[in-house]
Design a protein around this ligand. Structure first.
Ligand code: NAD
Ligand code: DAU
Length: 335
């Protein structure tokens, strides 16, 4: 089988590529990535010469480049991770979010239709449902919860999801959608909560916690998300949405304190800063459907996953130091 993985030079996409090459050595993986600030070729260095892997630098919005790749590779499946993914950036400048997250998805699905109804998987997010109250721990998002977005980022992801469902109904395109909770693990760009706190703590820099740090997120180790997507693209029912989450809710401040403790750093580094505009209070996903229908269960406990993640950032300093210095962009621009 040939699988095009878009956004594979980013956090979850790269982990998915490693998972695929390990678990399905006969499949061919083509990574299509624009290498925005969030894409990093050094992440893919270890698979660059793998006989079943090819990297192509291109924008998912570039119809010609996408068409050319489909013609060359005749993919069986497309897994779309490519996106602008950071909520704070979407608040500063929404436009590129609409372009990549919505138009890019449309371009990819048009190519899937044109080249023989290629199976398309959209990697989406629990953020499309907006938030839940902090004082109702009994409430969880189900696949039937109405879409109700808060940020330009989540609105762009919701728009893409609606388009994916429209392509299923209107054109019979074989699609699936996954909506996952917050991921953590190796290769996450240090603008997101967990890696930012790790690298700042290591440098004894302030740890900026928005508001009072009471917002709650539901954390899942990235490899568990990759395994869920692998099941969906091979066994998932077309036209369906599947939730992915590990029932591991934590307030931001608890996470930051835990990172301080694991690194032996003082909590006095924690600095409460102005809250994010429109900041969602709580996300909590109900993954019953994927557990029952596809037999998925999260395998990594948070206590183990966070230690593995912290160890990874300690052992791979050059990966994130090159991001902080900007050096990684020089290599990527040579492509
Ligand atoms: P990321 O920001 O780390 O990586 C995004 C990747 O997409 C980068 O390699 C970037 O270069 C590439 N990209 C961006 N615009 C592109 C374009 N126009 N054409 C081609 N490539 C482009 O993101 P991530 O955290 O790995 O998230 C991947 C996907 O998973 C996103 O769709 C996101 O919405 C979704 N998601 C993320 C999380 C999470 O916790 N990180 C949770 C649920 C869903
Ligand atoms: O829920 C899935 C989503 O998780 C994905 O769709 C997004 O792509 C991904 O970025 C993530 O969104 P969040 O906004 O939840 O993640 P982030 O790491 O930006 O923030 C997590 C929480 O931590 C959130 O409540 C805001 C807070 N925060 C974040 C940063 C960067 C801080 O308090 N300080 C910070 O410096």
């Amino acid at each position: 089988m040939t699988i095009i993985v878009t956004g594979g030079a980013g956090f979850i996409g790269s982990n998915f590529i490693f998972y695929q090459l390990k678990e399905h050595p006969d499949d061919r993986i083509i990574c299509l990535d624009k290498l925005t600030y969030a894409g990093n070729l050094s992440t893919l260095q270890c698979v660059m010469h793998h006989p079943q892997f090819r990297f192509v630098k291109a924008d998912i919005c570039d119809r010609k480049a996408v068409g050319k790749l489909f013609e060359e590779e005749k993919p069986d499946i497309v897994v779309n991770f490519a996106a602008e993914s950071h909520v704070d950036r979407s608040i500063e400048d929404p436009e590129v979010f609409l372009q990549t997250n919505i138009i890019g998805t449309e371009v990819l699905m048009d190519a899937c239709r044109q080249y023989g109804s290629v199976r398309f998987h959209q990697v989406s997010t629990d953020e499309v449902y907006g938030d839940l109250p902090l004082d109702r721990p009994d409430l969880l998002f189900s696949e039937e919860t109405p879409i109700h977005t808060s940020s330009p980022y989540s609105s762009s992801k919701a728009g893409a999801d609606l388009l994916v469902l429209a392509y299923y109904r209107t054109y019979d395109l074989p699609v699936t959608i996954s909506r996952c909770s917050n991921n953590y693990g190796p290769y996450q760009f240090p603008e997101k909560l967990i890696p930012l706190m790790i690298v700042n703590a290591l440098a004894d820099k302030p740890l900026p916690v928005y508001g009072k740090g009471l917002n709650v997120r539901d954390w899942l180790y990235v490899e568990d998300h990759c395994r869920a997507i692998d099941l969906m693209i091979r066994q998932g029912k077309v036209g369906e949405i599947y939730h992915v989450g590990g029932h591991h809710e934590m307030a931001n401040i608890e996470i930051v304190k835990l990172i301080c403790q694991e690194l032996g750093k003082p909590e006095s580094l924690i600095t409460f800063v102005t809250d994010r505009k429109g900041h969602d209070l709580r996300y909590a996903i109900d993954p019953t459907k994927i557990c029952q229908e596809l037999g998925w269960v999260p395998e990594t406990q948070f206590a183990d996953g966070i230690r593995k993640t912290i160890r990874w950032y300690l052992e791979n300093r050059s990966w994130w130091e090159e991001i902080i210095s900007g050096e990684y962009r020089n290599e990527d621009e040579k492509r």
